[in-house]
Design a protein around this ligand. Structure first.
Ligand code: CMP
Length: 153
C-alpha cells in the first residue's frame, strides 16, 4: 500500500467541488485515512513548494494557495501515488485530458483544483508537513474483499 498527500486547493473549496473530487477518490477504491481543513501560511507554502520558490509563477502561486482554506488528505491504496496523479491529469487544466479531474473542472495553469505528491519521497515529506503521525488513521474498509484480490499487494 502507498500513501500520498492530496490537497483540495482554494479554488476547489470556493467552487464547491470538494464533494465531487472526494467522491472520485472514494469511487476509485482509494482509502482516505487523514483529512483536515486549514489555511496555508506563506511559510508552509514555501516549504511545500520549495522546488518552485525561485520560479516566476511562485509569487502568484503563494498568493493563491494562502488566499482561502484548503483541505489536506492522506490517500492510501495500491500504487496510490501514480494512480492519484493520473486521476488529476496534467498540471495545467488547459492541457489535462477530459475524464481527469483537472480536465473536467479546471481551465487554468495555476488554479488546477488539486495537488498530489509526485513520488514516494515527496509523499513522505509532504504528509509530514501537513499531518502529525497521530492524525493518520489507517483502517480496513469492510468492502476490501470486493476492491482487490487478497493476493494483490
Ligand atoms: P501543483 O501540482 O500543486 O504543483 C505546483 C503548482 O504550481 C501547480 O500545481 C500549479 O498550481 C502551479 N503552477 C505550475 N505551473 C504554473 C504556471 N506555469 N503558471 C502558474 N502556476 C503554475
Amino acid at each position: 500500500m502507498e500513501r500520498t498527500l492530496v490537497l483540495l486547493k482554494p479554488d476547489c473549496v470556493q467552487r464547491r467541488l470538494m464533494g465531487r473530487v472526494i467522491s472520485r477518490f472514494e469511487e476509485k477504491g482509494l482509502n482516505i485515512i487523514a483529512m483536515k481543513m486549514l489555511k496555508v501560511t506563506p511559510d508552509l507554502a514555501k516549504q511545500h513548494y520549495a522546488e518552485h520558490v525561485t520560479k516566476p509563477f511562485y509569487p502568484g502561486l503563494e498568493k493563491f494557495i494562502t488566499a482561502s482554506p484548503i483541505v489536506a488528505m492522506v490517500v492510501e491504496g495500491l500504487e496510490a501515488i501514480r494512480v492519484v496523479r493520473e486521476m488529476l491529469g496534467a498540471t495545467s487544466g488547459l492541457k489535462a485530458a477530459a475524464g481527469t479531474i483537472r480536465g473536467d473542472y479546471s481551465s487554468s495553469r495555476q488554479m488546477n483544483l488539486v495537488h498530489a505528491s509526485d513520488g514516494p519521497e515527496a509523499a513522505a515529506r509532504e504528509i509530514g508537513l501537513y499531518f502529525r503521525p497521530a492524525e493518520i488513521l489507517p483502517y480496513e474498509p469492510t468492502l476490501m474483499p470486493w476492491l482487490k484480490a487478497g493476493d494483490e499487494k
